[in-house]
Design a protein around this ligand. Structure first.
Ligand code: SDX
Length: 428
């Protein structure tokens, strides 16, 4: 706790507000007593200047383009780690030793099955329902299977709920995909690693063995690492807000999936592919840039810009490199990659984007890899949700242990009518 403070002059009243410091990053002014001392709220739509909690999970420096999970630079984790190990790190705060990793892998592996009643629930959707709608519903229904005997005061039960979510989301995600294309749902194979197990549930057909190329698992594991967590983003903040009421953790993560679906957030990766397809040719990039700069057009460069990064999103750089590796290894020549690269090149030279510090974000190139792996566009945000489940459950666990955790209940500026008397219908 620092002994620094901000002095606020509120009319004839002077208020000292304590300043809080973390292990790094901007200081925070503690305004908890502001309303009581001044009768005024703060106003910060979109929480542009508001810290909602203390957290030790992920650190971002948006100006420097820095992203660290539990203090480890994302570049090092992308190069040396894997998604299961990163999930352990996010949940527990430290990299596991060999025994801890083996135990964690065994636990996750043995919680991948779904209750058979899930099939009935899943088959109730229209077959062409968006997979994110199905995933939201299916995860919410997990709360129906794990609620009555769930004691959230027991840390071991909280940990088990996190493990179950990490383990079951890929199974459910793959089931949603298989149902949408009319293929039989596959059971998870426990002899496979996390990503291979998921790819098998997605693409294995009864009629022939699945010939998976190693680059597919390598690329997807990398994308899962890069998407695993990102501080207090919209979907993680949603999970925390729902968690602050003491709600069922499966319902909390279902709310996070719903928040992630929006095109301003995780839904952007699907929107980028739609945009690249609409632009179509490298020679049409110029008109797309012009439309993105024209406020009247309502068009934005999807995959560009970020609330926090005012420099390159470090994840975008890593994904762009992986794009080339995947396409080369698979012998795929995707013209959309050329369109994306020309779009990036043009935007980064354009004053409109330079002045607003708009750079490619995590969603700009990821869809090109998913497409090369034969993952359909509507499943792109589902991929994001599988990975971000690691972050969501880690933040939920941290919040449940936070002594400062209290129900989230913001106030407002009221702009409606005041003190009106009821007018009988005959007189309206
Ligand atoms: C993710 O928070 C996270 O960490 C999220 C995420 C994670 O890992 O969880 O990183 C994942 O959600 C990445 C972002 C994916 N979304 C998109 O790619 C959608 C396109 N980008 C934007 O809509 C926008 O950049 C946001 C939503 C990402 C950020 O919006 P902000 O911070 O609220 O900024 P803003 O909308 O106020 O824009 C500031 C200015 C505006 O122009 P002016 O009014 O100042 O003239 O920049 C312009 C905007 O019009 N602008 C864009 C633009 N993004 C912002 N103009 C054209 N194209 C864009 N993409």
């Amino acid at each position: 706790m620092s002994n620094k403070s901000f002095t606020l002059q509120a009319g004839d009243k002077t208020v000292e507000l304590p300043v809080l410091s973390g292990s790094t990053g901007p200081d925070c002014v503690d305004i908890g007593k502001l309303y009581k001392e001044t009768g005024s709220f703060t106003y910060d739509p979109g929480f542009m200047s508001t810290a909602s909690c203390r957290s030790a999970i992920t650190y971002i420096d948006g100006d420097a383009g820095v992203l660290q999970y539990r203090g480890y630079p994302i570049e090092q984790l992308a190069k040396h780690s894997n998604f299961t190990e990163v999930s352990y790190l996010l949940m527990n705060g430290e990299l596991p030793d060999a025994g801890q990793l083996a135990k964690f892998e065994h636990e996750v592996t043995h919680h991948t099955m779904m209750h058979e009643a899930f099939r009935t629930f899943l088959y109730g959707f229209r077959h062409d329902a968006h997979p994110m709608a199905m995933l939201t519903g299916m995860l919410g229904s997990l709360a129906a299977f794990y609620h009555s005997d769930l004691n959230l005061d027991d840390p071991e039960e909280r940990r088990l709920a996190a493990i179950r979510l990490l383990a079951k989301v890929p199974t459910i995600a793959a089931a949603c995909y298989r149902y949408s294309i009319g293929w039989p749902i596959r059971y998870p194979k426990n002899n496979l690693e996390y990503v291979d197990r998921f790819l098998h549930m997605m693409f294995e057909v009864p009629s022939e063995p699945l010939a998976l190329k190693p680059i597919a698992a390598k690329a997807l594991d990398l994308l899962f690492i890069l998407h695993a967590d990102h501080e207090q983003n919209a979907s993680t903040s949603t999970v925390r807000l729902v968690g602050s009421t003491g709600a069922n953790p499966y319902a909390c993560v279902a709310a996070g999936v719903a928040a992630l679906w929006g095109p301003a957030h995780g839904g952007a990766n699907e929107a980028v592919l739609t945009m690249l397809n609409e632009i179509g040719r490298p020679e049409d990039v110029g008109s797309a840039i012009a439309r993105a700069k024209d406020k009247e057009s309502g068009f934005r460069l999807m995959g560009f810009g970020h609330r926090v990064y005012k420099n390159f999103d470090p994840r975008a750089k890593i994904i762009r490199e992986m794009c080339h590796e995947v396409l080369n290894e698979l012998g795929v020549n995707d013209p959309l990659l050329e369109v994306a690269m020309r779009l990036e090149e043009a935007a980064l030279k354009d004053d409109y984007f330079i002045q607003r510090k708009l750079y490619p974000n995590v969603d700009f190139y990821s869809g090109i890899i998913y497409k090369a792996l034969n993952i359909p566009t509507e499943m792109f945000t589902v991929m994001f949700a599988i990975a971000r489940t690691a972050g969501w459950v880690s933040h939920w666990l941290e919040q449940q242990n936070d002594p400062e955790n209290k129900i989230g209940r913001p106030r407002q500026i009221y702009t409606g009518a005041v003190n009106r008397d009821y007018t009988p219908l005959a007189k309206r």
